[in-house]
Design a protein around this ligand. Structure first.
Ligand SMILES: Nc1ncnc2c1ncn2[C@@H]1O[C@H](COP(=O)(O)OP(=O)(O)OP(=O)(O)O)[C@@H](O)[C@H]1O
Ligand SMILES: [Mg+2]
Length: 240
């Protein structure tokens, strides 16, 4: 069960700009340990900016970010990875001229423990095709296989909070299913997930709670199952 007292991420009054353009304004958002939380919104709403701000890949103008009750607002991206925040970026961000296994191992760069081989094996068990292709250049893989590498690489940092930016983008439904099966299994293993998803139906079906972002502002949030029946969501995002 999800304990509402057990907050893993707490974002307070966050604002973010690109030059004079306001990308996010006064964002308040909280995520509890063990949840899958999704973030939906139209193109340009600010979803990627928010994920990047959580990882310090984008600087913020105002607000605070707490991770496990620690103020991380001024911590750099590497330190945040070290605390347990990993990101699967939009567009995957693989090193296409490194092999699959080299890409996966890069995800473990902050670790000093000796369990990395076990985690590599876990990823190969979940995505057997990656084991077959472990010595191939990542750039030669299909889109779906590259997404598996991107997810695997993030897992190699042993995250407590996994941020996923549009993992289903451009993938065949059957591959999307594989990726989402792993996401659900990760939840059962104790990883908390924050997922940006353009497929609102999939996002609402998979997650416990959902936030809706419009023009850089959170306009709605709540239990995902209830939002599936909400006319505002149906009209704007589900096309029914
Ligand atoms: N590097 C940048 N420089 C200037 N403006 C940017 C930059 N990146 C994003 N923006 C602007 O910030 C706003 C939010 O962009 P963001 O990429 O966060 O949206 P998004 O919700 O992820 O969209 P998408 O669904 O297309 O991925 C948009 O208006 C976008 O044009
Ligand atoms: Mg985006």
């Amino acid at each position: 069960m999800i304990d509402q007292k057990d907050k893993i991420l707490d974002i307070k009054n966050l604002s973010c700009k690109y030059g004079q353009i306001i990308a996010l304004s006064d964002i308040n958002l909280e995520i509890y340990k063990g949840e899958i939380v999704s973030l939906i919104g139209a193109n340009g709403a600010g979803k990627t900016t928010l994920l990047r701000a959580i990882s310090d890949l984008k600087s913020i103008q105002e607000g605070q970010i707490f991770f496990e009750n620690q103020d991380i607002t001024k911590l750099g991206s590497h330190k945040r990875v070290g605390l347990g925040i990993a990101q699967v970026p939009e567009g995957r961000g693989l090193f296409t001229d490194l092999t699959v296994q080299e890409n996966l191992k890069l995800g473990a760069y902050i670790r000093s423990d000796d369990k990395q081989i076990d985690d590599l094996e876990y990823i190969y068990t979940k995505f057997p095709i990656l084991k077959e292709k472990k010595d191939d250049y990542a750039g030669t893989l299909s889109g779906g296989q590259q997404q598996m590498v991107a997810v695997g690489r993030a897992l190699m940092s042993k995250p407590k909070l996994l941020l996923l930016d549009e993992p289903s983008m451009g993938l065949a439904p059957i591959i999307v299913e594989d990726i989402f099966d792993v996401i659900k299994e990760l939840q059962s293993l104790g990883v908390t997930i924050f997922i940006v998803e353009q497929n609102a139906h999939l996002a609402l079906k998979t997650s416990n709670r959902t936030y809706v972002l419009e023009n850089g502002k959170i306009v709605l949030n709540g239990d995902s199952k209830q939002l599936l029946d909400d006319t505002r969501i149906k009209d704007a995002y589900l096309g029914i």
